[in-house]
Design a protein around this ligand. Structure first.
Ligand SMILES: Nc1ncnc2c1ncn2[C@@H]1O[C@H](COP(=O)(O)OP(=O)(O)O)[C@@H](O)[C@H]1O
Ligand SMILES: [Mg+2]
Length: 492
């Protein structure tokens, strides 16, 4: 038995078997990702639990820090969700860690590496369980947004469990991931095209990832290669998907249709919802000769009448003709789709952006606190989102790109912590306040945030003395005030 350690120490180094962390005794490490270590532990009642403990070492990607923060923030909404791991956040204010039920099983990636590809029927039956879990998740207004084989576990009794909610988005909360990094996050080969252009609130993005999983499970290949740049995504869309039957002619036409339908570029052309997909997958279990039902036929050739499936097919058959549509201009169309969607938003939140200069002295801290408090007051009483931003400019001298990235990551994590402290001090802990730390020129960073968040109001601090005088009275402030395209509120 070891001594109980304070959490900050545990974040720095690995926990050894026997170490006590609150009421848990560490048994062994069971996993290690970029951002966290997972330990199997036993609680006072002798129950096995999994602890996900952040590795708060500086130099790691800030996305890792924020995604664990996000997962901990969503834990209360998943505590009673049977298809996940009943997470519970501990000591969130101090960095904390996540406690989850121990899932006895393996993740699907490992599982499939052992068992090999699945047949159409096996894949449909497995994916249907995942789709059911996802439909219940969507009913809770939570999107997963990072669905992939390694984030789904299969238990010894054949049930599925969703793990890793680091990039998830609760539709009734501000999106912490987007607030922090408007550029796309997720696993490039799995995520939907709209996720590349910053859309993170459409449930059909998860349907796309289901399509990717289904494709991979049955063909052993990914439908799209990794795309990391916008150009890569355009290429990905242009080249289209190789139909699964090219790899295995034994797949039914219905199966191919189903997979390709999930993978459509335009979300409007995919299955509408997890429920619709679930129902369609149910056709395989009804022992109907599906082969003959959905044909890749010209649009005027009606599918044969079969009373038990007519209703389901009516819904999906409206999409069949579109499958041959050319992909060429799909990306441009997708961008228009995303723009139209923003325009038609009925209840767009009032977006407040707070620009902070993280000066070192006490007077600038005091002013910053006042600025944040003011922003919270200005936003009160209406549906609004606040993002507090700052820009870090680190002089990395002649350092190489790797060192530069490390220095930037460290500065970014330090700045996030400082802003978090400010929000807490300004009484905004319970409010929906996001944090965004950008690199480089302040004026560009502020304007970038205004554009990305479509901010309605910019709040800045102004003082005649101290570190901020540069910011508000100097040339930087002048450039900000004269270049921004939204209302500005200056707090003195
Ligand atoms: N509650 C759990 N019980 C058992 N194993 C788990 C549990 N949660 C995660 N794992 C295993 O740990 C791996 C990594 O967990 P995950 O939450 O996906 O971390 P990361 O964010 O580093 O990807 C999973 O693929 C799974 O194999
Ligand atoms: Mg994972």
């Amino acid at each position: 038995m070891g001594k109980t350690q304070p959490i900050t120490e545990t974040q720095a180094r690995e926990l050894q078997p026997g170490t006590l962390l609150d009421e848990f005794r560490i048994e062994r490490k069971i996993g290690e990702g970029g951002m966290a270590r997972l330990y199997l532990a036993v609680n006072l009642d002798g129950q096995y639990k999994v602890l996900k403990v952040p590795r708060q070492s500086y130099g790691i990607d800030p996305v890792c820090v924020v995604s664990l923060e996000n997962e901990m923030r969503l834990a209360p909404y998943l505590e009673d969700f049977p298809h996940a791991h009943m997470p519970e956040a501990r000591g969130a204010a101090s960095g904390g860690y996540l406690v989850m039920d121990y899932i006895q099983g393996v993740d699907l990636l490992t599982h499939l590496r052992e068992t090999g590809f699945l047949s159409e029927e096996e894949a449909v039956s497995l994916i249907r369980k995942i789709v059911l879990a996802m439909s219940e998740l969507h009913q809770r207004r939570i999107l997963h947004l990072d669905l992939k084989l390694s984030n789904v576990m299969i238990t010894s009794d054949g049930n599925v469990r969703l793990v890793d909610f680091g990039l998830a988005n609760h539709l009734d909360l501000p999106d912490l991931i987007y607030e922090s990094f408007p550029e796309p996050k997720g696993t490039p080969a799995y995520i939907a095209p709209e996720q590349f252009i910053g859309v993170r609130d459409d449930p059909r993005s998860d349907i796309f990832s289901i399509g990717t999983m289904l494709y991979e499970m049955t063909t052993g290949k990914l439908p799209f290669p990794d795309a990391r740049t916008e150009w890569g995504v355009v290429q990905r869309i242009r080249s289209g998907v190789t139909p699964p039957r090219k790899y295995n002619p034994a797949f039914s036409g219905a199966f191919e249709f189903l997979v390709l339908n999930c993978l459509r570029t335009n979300p409007d052309e995919r299955f509408n919802s997890m429920e619709e997909l679930y129902e369609t997958l149910g056709l395989w279990e009804q022992e109907i000769p599906i082969q003959g039902i959905v044909k890749f036929a010209p649009k005027d050739e009606a599918p044969p009448e079969r009373p038990s499936v007519t209703a389901a097919l009516k819904r999906v058959s409206r999409l069949i003709p579109r499958i041959w549509e050319k992909n060429r201009d799909d990306f441009e169309r997708l961008k228009r789709w995303a723009d139209d969607r923003v325009k038609s938003e009925k209840e767009r939140p009032f977006r407040v952006l707070v620009a902070i200069d993280l000066g070192q002295d006490a007077s600038s801290r005091e002013l910053n606190e006042r600025v944040v408090r003011h922003a919270i007051d200005l936003a009160r009483g209406r549906h609004s989102f606040i993002t507090v931003m700052t820009a870090v400019t680190e002089d990395t001298g002649l350092a190489g790109p790797e060192k530069e990235m490390k220095v930037y990551n460290e500065a970014c994590i330090r700045a996030r912590k400082a802003i978090k402290g400010l929000i807490g001090a300004a009484g905004g802990d319970g409010s929906p306040v996001g944090i965004n730390v950008r690199q480089g020129d302040v004026v560009e960073a502020v304007n970038g945030c205004i554009r990305d968040y479509k901010a309605d109001l910019l709040v800045v601090g102004g003082s005649r003395r101290g570190a901020l005088s540069r910011f508000i009275l100097g040339s930087t402030a002048y450039k900000i005030l004269t270049s921004v395209r939204c209302n500005v509120y200056v707090v003195h």
